[in-house]
Design a protein around this ligand. Sequence first.
Ligand code: HEM
Length: 195
Amino acid sequence: MVLQLQKRTMALAGVVMTAYLIFHMLSNLSFFSQNIFTQFYDIYNGGPIRWLVLLLMIAVIAIHVKIAVKIRKVNAKARTIDYAQHDKFKIPAPLVTVSIIFLLSFIVIHIVQTLLFDTSQLYSEVTQLFQSEIMVLFYLAGLFVLTMHLQHSIANVLQTLGKTSVIYHGLVWSGVLALTGGFALIPLYIYFVMP
Ligand code: HEM
């Protein structure tokens, strides 16, 4: 019962994060027009909104991770013998752990980097960040792991709701790829296209 409630809280935190990610990706796409990008972030950084959003995100990430760790511990205790048969596409458990730790580190590093930005020069700060190959690769790797994580977790939630058809899977893949692909356009554009 308690676990059920926690799973729902975790999914709710996931919904809040996904809503933020859609908003964040769309506002980042304004990068293609320096004017719109600068105007948007001037307003966003002008009042308390940015700090409230940041606090909300830190809170929901912390709740999501705390419950995930707890559920993993309960599951590990309940299943001491591995399944005899797995999905065709099974990623080894240690790799899942490493990828989740990488995703969390990516988010923390990204937040720290943006906190060090001069917000009155955000356009050139972002442009400068993606002059570096290492940073482009780091962000693309973070977005790849985020894609896998979102696809897997949304498919799981849909399975719980009994929605397992190919159409739903296709919709999840398209939505997730549109989201992470939208993010990836910025570093790729800066590194490969911008003069
Ligand atoms: C290439 C991809 C991305 C770019 C170019 C980017 C850019 C930015 C920028 C410029 C800010 C600072 C905004 C400000 O000064 O107000 C920011 C903040 C933030 N980003 Fe990203 N971001 C990217 C991907 C992501 C991803 C994938 C996540 C989460 C998984 C994320 C989470 C956050 C959070 C939590 C903040 C702080 C709250 C906020 O200012 O909205 N970002 N990002």
